[in-house]
Design a protein around this ligand. Sequence first.
Ligand code: HEC
Ligand code: HEC
Length: 208
Amino acid sequence: MKTLIVTASAVAALLMAQASLPADEVSAEAHLAARHVAVMTCATCHGPQGRSIMPKFPALAGQHPKYLAAQLQAFKAQTRGDADALGYMWGMAAPLSDEMIAALAGYYGAQTPGAGSSGDAGAIARGADIYANGVAAEGIPPCIACHGPGAVGTDEYPRLAGQHAQYLLKQLRSFQNNMRNVAVMHGVAQDLKISEMESVAAYLQSLR
Ligand code: HEC
Ligand code: HEC
């Protein structure tokens, strides 16, 4: 009887692990291995503890684990497909197991985000207005509705605060032209002008 219960719960645990594998179900060994991979490999581009220094490479520190895991799965499945995703991340994600992806997402989610950096004051002010209010005349919704006050994100929506403007701008253009094919953000970005993208990116980069 006892064996039966143990077996049933083991099977349930396995099925649950396959379905989602939240960070708290990752083994201690996988956490250690993820830390090693992060320090030895990912840090080359994404910086120490995911606090990226170079604007081409997104900061990962403090990003929500669910979002991070979904992106790594999308690189692995080759569904997040602009040139830089293909060139840099498809190869990185290909060998990662589901458990390793969950562990890496947990590792970066637990790091303290780096400070943002300031830019052109006029662009930042215009960007703050777009972030809070959208652009009604162009049918652009307020970003705050999903990405939240201070752009810190939620479990469902990525953190944008303090991210490099150059990276953010590139993503907005990729959503617009569907190279990064996500319906909700295509809808948001399809009518954004380049100058509006630049402003909102400058604003987001300035946040901490
Ligand atoms: C050689 C440089 C390089 C290395 C090494 C690298 N990455 Fe990346 N990574 C990139 C680039 C460039 C992008 C942005 C791709 C794009 O523009 O779509 C990116 C994007 C990402 C994203 C998406 C972030 C977001 O905000 O959507 C995640 C998550 C990520 N990388 C995780 C990792 C992990 C984990 C590792 C180590 C296993 C790693 N990367 C190693 C260059 C690299
Ligand atoms: C209806 C909800 C919603 C609204 C409104 C919204 N977003 Fe998003 N945004 C999302 C979702 C969902 C994602 C994650 C997409 C994915 O899974 O790849 C995202 C992703 C992003 C990313 C990519 C982040 C990264 O690390 O690669 C950027 C940049 C972004 N949004 C900017 C904006 C801006 C700027 C606005 C306002 C003009 C905005 N969003 C409005 C839902 C929204």
